[in-house]
Ligand binder design. Structure first.
Ligand code: ZN
Length: 315
């Protein structure tokens, strides 16, 4: 993995400082200007281990992790246990949709300014026709591994960090809408950013960034330009995922996406690789959305981008 943009800026700054010192003196570490805490590289193996666990949960529960089905509740319980063990304060929020109980999982990292909340979320439910590993095990696993990285680093950001896994997105953003509607007006205004990750490991990937809040968009673009990976504005899923209720409530939103049933063009294949004339995800909402339906490079880059944005926006 390449150095993050901020880490690289620090390195070149240090080199410049050293060059300015006459006689080959060694730069004094104490004189280095304060800099943002560097986001960690998120281990792909960790993200993929979460995907394998979600696949096993689906396999053991009729092949899916859909709202109102046992595979969904098992997915929530599994992720909650990991967060509890890592020191998070977790809350399971219940709601009813289509006559069945649904669940959101909210995890707060203790500390930070409660008046400035940075939130990252993803929907955890699959459709009933498949295990939902790209849609949306991928976003769920990357957000989980980022939350665990916060704990491993014992990161102490200036702002308060909150992570969320939404239920019943596939029924029409039900869980995230329930959460936003239940927030007191003051609590809504305390959320300074909501970052959404819904499908970030598509097997024939594109690199799409939501063009919502300019500061959030800039943060993601900065990360990908540091990797030398071109991005495009996300249009396929616009308003079709859990950022929509936040945006409607006036919360600044952003996010990443690697494509669903739309077809990759020749121009996109030329810049990103993959196969022109084929869907970004041929297994979208199908039984073949398994652990085989993931592009590791896309999952790795996007998981690192999640952590980069969480770190950059919360310091
Ligand atoms: Zn989705």
């Amino acid at each position: 993995m390449k150095l993050s943009v901020s880490a690289r800026a620090v390195v070149s700054g240090a080199v410049a400082t050293a060059m300015l010192l006459a006689g080959g003196a060694v730069a004094d570490a104490a004189s280095t200007p304060p800099r943002p805490a560097a986001a960690p590289d998120i281990p792909l193996a960790g993200v993929k281990a979460h995907l394998s666990q979600l696949q096993s949960i689906a396999t053991a529960n009729g092949g899916n992790r859909a709202h109102g089905r046992p595979g969904y509740k098992a997915s929530i319980d599994h992720i909650k246990a990991k967060l509890d063990a890592a020191g998070y304060t977790t809350t399971v929020q219940q709601f009813t949709a289509s006559g069945r109980t649904g669940y959101n999982l909210i995890a707060d990292w203790p500390g930070g300014d409660a008046n400035q909340v940075v939130m990252a979320g993803s929907h955890l439910d699959s459709v009933s026709s498949g295990p939902g590993i790209n849609d949306n095990g991928s976003g769920s696993a990357a957000v989980l591994e980022t939350a665990l990285a916060v704990s491993r680093a014992q990161y102490k950001p200036a702002k308060h960090l909150r992570f969320a896994w939404w239920g019943a997105e596939e029924l029409g953003l039900v869980g995230s809408r329930h959460y936003v509607n239940r927030l007191a007006t003051g609590d809504r205004s305390r959320i300074g950013a909501y970052l959404n990750f819904d499908m970030i490991g598509s097997p024939n990937p594109g690199y799409f960034v939501y063009d919502d809040d300019p500061a959030i968009e800039k943060t993601f673009k900065e990360y990908f330009s540091g990797l030398g990976v071109p991005t495009e504005i996300e249009t396929e899923g616009d308003g079709r995922s859990d950022h929509a209720p936040f945006k409607s409530a006036g919360v600044p939103v952003g996010g990443l996406f690697t494509g669903a049933s739309r077809t990759k063009t020749a121009a996109q294949a030329a810049k990103w690789g993959g196969t022109a004339g084929r869907a970004f995800d041929r297994c979208y909402h199908s039984s073949c959305d398994t652990t085989a339906n993931i592009d590791d490079t896309a999952l790795d880059r996007n998981s690192d981008a999640v952590a980069y944005a969480v770190w950059e926006l919360s310091e």
